[in-house]
Ligand binder design. Structure first.
Ligand SMILES: Nc1ncnc2c1ncn2[C@@H]1O[C@H](COP(=O)(O)OP(=O)(O)OP(=O)(O)O)[C@@H](O)[C@H]1O
Ligand SMILES: [Mg+2]
Length: 335
């Protein structure tokens, strides 16, 4: 097959003047694109690098692509930006990997995702939304548990998330929320702070999807609480250890696995995803968010790290995602 790679490189997108220092954080590096190409070629495919944005549009129209392996994050700060490339591919009737535009658009919108997940009976931290400056004076905190975590509603890669995202007073909440409103130009979530373990979950496949693994992210230096913040994700080699399989009680692992399968299904995810859970201090799991376009950097991506710890090579992971997608498109498998 002739497989096109759709991706957005940091260097191709470029930062707009005045945007936050982490504006390009979710975009990929040439290393990730090379790694995926190198994993696909030995499977007998030829790989065409399509890039992102306008370059992607030109390339997809000019090349006769059978299938697109999609890791494109999309452009702008729109909550549906991850849906941009899959929507074009659906319009052109070109098969592609990963979730569809509707799923991707929902999952980047954390409050909407949490509403759907909560309706399905999965525990998620309490939250409220601040949509503009006028609300900052009177965020209704009556009965809202403090400390609270304050973060952008439509971001990933811990954009806008620092140690100071954990706030203890109404004044701190208003201060952090005001900064986020200004810099990220989108609603801000004020969420109940969940103090315990950080537990990402990897999922691969369809009908049934499978839990690839449940991991724990452990700070190398002990502190009162851990936040998997932007700083930590950038300096992960120095700051954290990854434990996979997570050494947690069987009952907790079962609940996380069952919740993950349910969330994947309720949100209509396909082929692969990574879910982020936190445990309370008492070990109760809370769903934070899901990444249907989980990062695939071979060294720093949580899903590849998890796969590696479980004895999967990077190529096995990429081919599992590809094979899951190809089951939807028998026309691609025939020849
Ligand atoms: N309610 C919360 N309570 C405690 N910690 C939180 C909470 N929300 C977020 N965090 C911390 O901040 C980290 C990043 O948050 P979140 O996963 O929502 O952001 P993200 O930008 O979508 O991340 P990514 O896309 O890289 O997974 C979490 O992994 C967790 O460590
Ligand atoms: Mg996350």
């Amino acid at each position: 097959m002739k497989i096109g790679l759709a991706y957005d490189l940091k260097e191709a997108v470029g930062a707009a003047p005045g945007c936050p220092e982490d504006a390009l954080e979710e975009y990929d590096s040439p290393e990730t694109v090379e790694a995926i190409a190198t994993a696909l070629e030995p499977l007998g495919h030829s790989v065409v690098k399509l890039g992102g944005g306008r370059e992607f549009i030109t390339n997809i129209l000019q090349n006769n692509i059978d299938f697109v392996f999609n890791i494109s994050e999309g452009l702008g700060n729109h909550r549906s930006r991850e849906a941009q490339v899959p929507a074009i591919l659906e319009m052109l009737d070109i098969p592609y990997s990963g979730s569809d535009p509707q799923c991707l658009a929902i999952c980047l919108d954390k409050p909407l995702t949490k509403r759907l997940v909560a309706t399905a009976g999965i525990r998620t931290p309490r939250w409220q939304l601040v949509t503009d400056y006028s609300q900052l004076k009177e965020i209704p905190l009556d009965g809202f548990p403090l400390p609270a975590f304050v973060k952008p509603a439509y971001e990933g890669s811990s954009k806008g998330i620092r140690l100071g995202s954990r706030t203890e007073t109404a004044a701190q909440i208003a201060e952090v929320a005001a900064e986020l409103l200004e810099h990220y130009r989108q609603p801000v979530m004020v969420e109940e702070f969940i103090a315990g373990d950080e537990v990402p979950v990897g999922m691969v496949g369809n009908s049934p999807a499978k839990v690839l693994g449940i991991m724990r992210v452990l700070a190398k230096k002990s502190s009162a609480y851990f936040i998997y913040s932007l700083e930590v994700k950038r300096e992960w080699e120095q700051l954290v250890d990854y434990e996979c399989p997570a050494q947690l009680e069987t009952g907790i692992l079962e609940e996380i696995a069952n919740s993950s399968l349910r969330v994947f299904k309720v949100l209509g995810c396909r082929d692969f995803a990574r879910l982020d859970f936190k445990l309370s201090s008492e070990g109760v799991p809370y769903f934070l968010e899901i990444n249907p376009l989980a990062g695939l950097n071979p060294k720093s991506g949580d899903l590849p790290i998890m796969a590696n710890k479980l004895g999967w090579s990077y190529q096995t992971l990429i081919s599992a995602i590809l094979n899951a997608a190809l089951q939807r498109y028998p026309q691609c498998v025939r020849g």
